[in-house]
Design a protein around this ligand. Structure first.
Ligand code: AGP
Length: 596
């Protein structure tokens, strides 16, 4: 969801491939337009941008041939202004002396555009990134230097965003951060900045992380940081990161999603090693236990992990934890939140705006804010006290797979520790996951013809498998574009049962303790002509009642949710590919949702 990258070097040089490389690394965030600008030593700005994907726009506009000593590239995911050439970023100021691009949302964009036009500035688009440029231009026109102009602009531009801008009147690149991620990389003879850390790592591992309310002035041999609040200089040493981008290749798999599904045994192993050695686990479980009220807050897939996690907490530690979608948390629990409460925010990206909004509310109430986060260096990781990493490495595919499994495993681990159980028993989980992937794939292929032609289906679960059913449904609708609803199995008879007709597919995710209850629900479907598919440990009661059973390895009730996730991932993947879709980059969706 929008990504910016900027670089400043000493001399004019071919800049196109560097900008395109950064754009490709940011493309997992989802976008509809691409644009790049370079400035050379002759103070000429070369701006090229259009609607489309990098591999389509780049050859059309010759982006790889761009030359300069400063460069900006932006991927735009449309919110303010339709996807169009004129709304694509970067944007020029009125007389073409400055060029800039942003990531995020300027929520008072409409009013600002009116002001800028009334002041005689040339407004060309309806995009809020252009408002960022004019906001700086306005104060430069009043005689302020760039840093002062940016400080003023910061207060005028409402919303959450990060912004990078360059002027032909000096040799620097300027950027500031207000809500959206922005990291700076120091290369020795170049300096760059980007919306995320992984996109910088192939260029340099010396990183300065910006905080909200900070301006960075970038020159080829270093940076200076300035406070928006008081204009004072900020000292911050760079951090050195060792993580690389090697993981961001498909490794022989046709799609990142399949690769990431197959990485699940390894990342589960990694998570367990990490948690076993982490002192933060004790800190976190102590805070979870002593809190007056405990909430698990996330969105989409991450929320579903919280639902499973809350059942683990109740069963294993007798601890009530309320799983809640982040925006609903604000509305429903925000007003009653106190400093005695604790919140575990769970997010793959650590940048989901809905989650960060909820974090703002919890922080303001003084609640203990902790995190389960995959992307190191993300805003949530930075603001959590403490956070535990999900240890999945890069998850490129838009549908979350390995991060979900590790979120559930992390919640299980935390619940066991809260309840005083020995987590060593979890060390068998990675092998069980591996076994499940191997055995589920052919079983899923067998049921594919029964479901793939349907555009409407249900996934049902109960107790520990309720969240898994919701997650399975999300995965199916996300990448197959079929309507699939996840539901508590007992609710099906309260309405949706009326949809069942001949061959109507209903997938039951059945925990070993819940077989009798689910058998009733299965029969309610089959006697009406529906096709009941059970995902469960082998059980003759299920084979006698459902049409198909996808058999899982025997892991017991606690591990069953983790293993049952895998056939649903594989089913959605196979259906998506069979329908001719790209499961990695489903239409209309973005990996990182940094807007409200
Ligand atoms: C899951 O496949 C989706 N990509 C989506 O629901 C995602 O889980 C949600 O947007 C939350 O993202 P986060 O975990 O990065 O906060």
């Amino acid at each position: 969801m929008c990504g910016i990258f900027g670089i400043v070097t000493r001399d004019d040089q071919p800049m196109g491939d560097t900008l395109l490389g950064a754009a490709r690394r940011l493309s997992y965030r989802g976008y509809d337009s691409v644009g790049a600008a370079t400035i050379d030593g002759g103070k000429r700005i070369d701006l090229r941008k259009d609607v489309g994907k990098v591999d389509d726009v780049a050859p059309r506009l010759g982006l790889s041939e761009m030359i300069g000593r400063r460069g900006i590239v932006q991927l735009r995911w449309a919110t303010f202004g339709a996807p169009s050439q004129v709304n694509a970023q970067p944007h020029l100021d009125s007389d073409g002396d400055m060029v800039g691009a942003h990531n995020g949302n300027v929520v008072n964009n409409v009013a600002l555009r009116q002001e800028f036009m009334a002041e005689g500035l040339t407004v060309r688009s309806t995009n809020d990134g252009e408002s960022c440029v004019h906001a700086v231009e306005r104060y430069v026109n009043q005689g302020l230097d760039m840093v002062e102009a940016i400080r003023r602009a910061y207060h005028v531009l409402e919303g959450d965003y990060a912004f990078v801008i360059a002027s032909v009147h000096d040799e620097r690149l300027y950027a500031f951060k207000k809500g959206s991620g922005l990291v700076v990389g120091l290369g020795g003879d170049f300096t760059c900045c980007s919306s995320d850390l992984p996109s910088l790592l192939p260029l340099t591992n010396r990183i300065v992380r910006l905080r909200d309310g900070e301006i960075v002035v970038m020159e080829p041999d270093g940076v200076s940081l300035w406070s928006v609040a008081n204009g004072a200089r900020i000292d911050r040493d760079p951090e050195v990161f060792t993580q690389g981008m090697d993981a961001a290749v498909k490794g022989g798999y046709p799609h990142f999603m399949l690769k990431e599904i197959h990485e699940q045994p390894d990342v589960a192993r990694e998570l367990l090693h990490l948690f076993d050695a982490s002192k933060h686990v004790d800190v976190m479980t102590a805070a979870m236990q002593s809190a007056n009220r405990l909430y698990y807050v996330g969105c989409g897939t991450s929320y579903h992990a919280g639902i499973v996690g809350s059942v683990y907490a109740a069963r294993l530690a007798g601890r009530s934890a309320v799983p809640v979608l982040a925006p609903q948390f604000v509305a429903q629990f925000g007003p009653t939140l106190t400093k005695d409460d604790a919140v575990v925010f769970v997010s793959q990206s650590g940048e989901t705006k809905d989650v960060l909004n909820a974090l703002d509310v919890a922080e303001r109430a003084g609640a203990r804010c902790m995190g389960l986060v995959n992307v190191l260096g993300s805003t949530l990781a930075h603001r959590s006290r403490p956070y535990l990493p999900l240890a999945c490495g890069y998850e490129i595919s838009v549908p979350a797979t390995k991060t979900f499994l590790n979120q559930v495993l992390a919640f299980l681990y935390l619940a066991m520790r809260m309840g005083g159980h020995d987590t060593k028993v979890l060390h068998g989980v990675p092998d069980l996951i591996e076994h499940t992937i191997a055995t589920a794939a052919p079983q899923v292929d067998r049921i594919l013809p029964d479901v793939n032609h349907r555009n409407d289906l249900y996934t049902l679960g109960y107790g520990l498998t309720y969240g898994i059913a919701l997650e399975g449904a999300l995965k199916l609708k996300e990448i197959t574009y079929a309507h699939c609803e996840g539901m508590l199995s007992t609710e099906f008879k309260h309405g949706p049962l009326s949809a069942v007709d001949d061959g109507y597919p209903v997938v039951f995710v059945v925990g070993p303790d819940d077989v009798p209850l689910l058998i009733s629900a299965i029969n309610e479907v089959t006697v009406r002509g529906g096709r009941a598919i059970a995902i469960a440990e082998p059980d003759s009661r299920l084979t006698g009642n459902a049409h198909d059973v996808v058999a899982l390895p025997v892991g017991g009730p606690l591990l069953n949710p983790i293993l049952a996730t895998i056939p649903l991932q594989l089913l959605s993947y196979r259906m998506s590919v069979a329908r001719g879709h790209d499961p990695d980059f489903p239409r209309n969706l973005s990996k990182t949702l940094t807007v409200d």
